[in-house]
Design a protein around this ligand. Structure first.
Ligand SMILES: NC(=O)c1ccc[n+]([C@@H]2O[C@H](COP(=O)([O-])OP(=O)(O)OC[C@H]3O[C@@H](n4cnc5c(N)ncnc54)[C@H](OP(=O)(O)O)[C@@H]3O)[C@@H](O)[C@H]2O)c1
Length: 290
C-alpha cells in the first residue's frame, strides 16, 4: 500500500487507516469480531487507528484496547476529547487511557468542532486545549489534533489560534460540492505542514453503493491518510484491495463519478453538513454562532 508522510511528525502511514467507531454492538459487531478485524488490519499493514472517548459509551475504545494491550508498538492511536473544558477533558483522557490499556496516545483531538462557539470553548482559558498542552507536557499525549466535518473555515480559524499537528476532516466526494475541506482547508494545512486525515469518505453509508470510486477519489486528494469506518472482515478486505491497487481517478472518471452522485448532495444524505446533526433539514450556516 502507498504510504505518505504524516505532517511534521516524521511518521508515514499507508493511505488506508482504520476508523474505530463501528467495531461495537450498535453496529452488529461482536467483541470477538472486533478483535479479529483489528488484528487482521495490523497484519495487513494498517497502522493508524482512530477512536474517541464518546463512541458507544466507551465500547469502541475498550475493544480497541484489547488489541492495544498486546500490540501497542505496532499501532498509532488517536482518540478524542468531547468535553470542551480543561478539567472535563482531562477526566475523559484518563478514562480513554484506561480503556485503551496504554499510558499514552499518539494523538489527542478536540472532537467535532461544528461551530465557532465550540471552537471558542475548546481554545479559551480553561478549555480543553489547555488540557492537551498539559497532557503533552506530562507524556500522556504526543500530538495535538482537531476534527470537524461541517465548515472548513472553522478549522482555518483554529489554525490561526494554535499550531495543531493534525486535523481530521470530512473528505467524501459529496463534500466536494459544499463547504469543501478539500478546496478550502487542505491547501492551507499542507502549506503549514499540518497532517490531514480524511473521513466520511463513504458518506456515512450514502456512498456504499460505490466503494471503489469513493475510496479512489479520497486517496487521490493531497491528504496524509484516510480513515474508513469498518465493521466486518468483508469490508476490511474490500477496502484493503482498493487501497493496495490504488490508482487515482482520471479526470474523466472523476467527472463521471461526480455526475452520478450529484443527486445525493442534499442535507438528508449528508447529515454531517447540516446545521443540526439530528435534524438534517438545512445546510450549516457560515456565520452560525460567531
Ligand atoms: N468528528 C469526528 O471526529 C468523527 C465523526 C465521525 C466519525 N469519525 C471517525 O471516522 C471514521 C469513519 O467513519 P465515518 O463516520 O467517516 O463513516 P464512513 O467511513 O463514511 O462510513 C463507514 C461505513 O461505511 C460502510 N462501509 C465501510 N466499508 C465498506 C465496504 N467496503 N462496503 C460497503 N460498506 C462499507 C459501513 O457501514 P454499513 O455496513 O453500516 O453500511 C461503515 O460503517 C469513524 O470510524 C471514526 O473513527 C470521526
Amino acid at each position: 500500500m502507498e504510504t505518505r508522510p504524516f505532517g511534521k511528525t516524521g511518521e508515514s502511514f499507508p493511505i488506508l487507516s482504520f476508523g474505530g467507531q463501528r467495531i461495537v454492538d450498535d453496529h452488529d459487531c461482536t467483541e470477538e469480531e472486533a478483535i479479529e478485524i483489528v488484528n487482521t488490519a495490523i497484519d495487513r499493514g494498517i497502522r493508524y487507528f482512530d477512536t474517541a472517548w464518546i463512541y458507544s459509551q466507551g465500547q469502541a475504545e475498550t475493544r480497541l484496547g484489547k488489541v492495544v494491550k498486546h500490540r501497542r508498538s505496532e499501532m498509532w492511536i488517536a482518540t478524542k476529547a468531547w468535553d470542551t473544558t480543561r478539567d472535563g477533558a482531562l477526566r475523559q483522557l484518563e478514562e480513554s487511557l484506561g480503556r485503551l490499556q496504554t499510558d499514552y496516545v499518539d494523538e489527542w483531538r478536540l472532537h467535532n468542532v461544528w461551530d465557532y462557539v465550540r471552537l471558542h470553548a475548546f481554545t479559551a482559558e480553561g478549555g480543553a486545549l489547555h488540557a492537551a498542552l498539559q497532557a503533552r507536557e506530562e507524556g500522556m499525549v504526543r500530538y495535538i489534533s482537531i476534527s470537524s466535518h461541517t465548515d472548513p473555515q472553522i478549522l482555518v480559524e483554529a489554525l490561526k489560534r494554535f499550531p495543531f499537528d493534525s486535523a481530521l476532516i470530512a473528505l467524501s466526494a459529496l463534500d466536494h460540492f459544499i463547504l469543501s475541506f478539500a478546496e478550502e482547508f487542505l491547501p492551507k494545512a499542507n502549506a503549514e505542514g499540518v497532517a490531514t486525515i480524511g473521513m466520511k469518505v463513504l458518506g456515512l453509508g450514502s456512498l456504499t453503493h460505490d466503494v471503489e470510486r469513493s475510496l479512489r477519489y479520497a486517496f487521490g486528494l493531497p491528504v496524509s491518510t484516510v480513515v474508513v469506518g469498518m465493521e466486518s472482515m468483508a469490508q476490511l478486505e474490500q477496502n484493503l484491495a482498493i487501497a493496495e491497487s490504488f490508482e487515482p481517478l482520471t479526470d474523466a472518471e472523476r467527472l463521471a463519478f461526480f455526475s452520478d452522485i450529484i443527486p445525493l448532495v442534499q442535507p438528508v444524505k449528508m447529515p454531517w453538513k447540516a446545521a443540526d446533526w439530528n435534524q438534517p433539514t438545512q445546510w450549516a450556516s457560515r456565520d452560525r454562532g460567531r
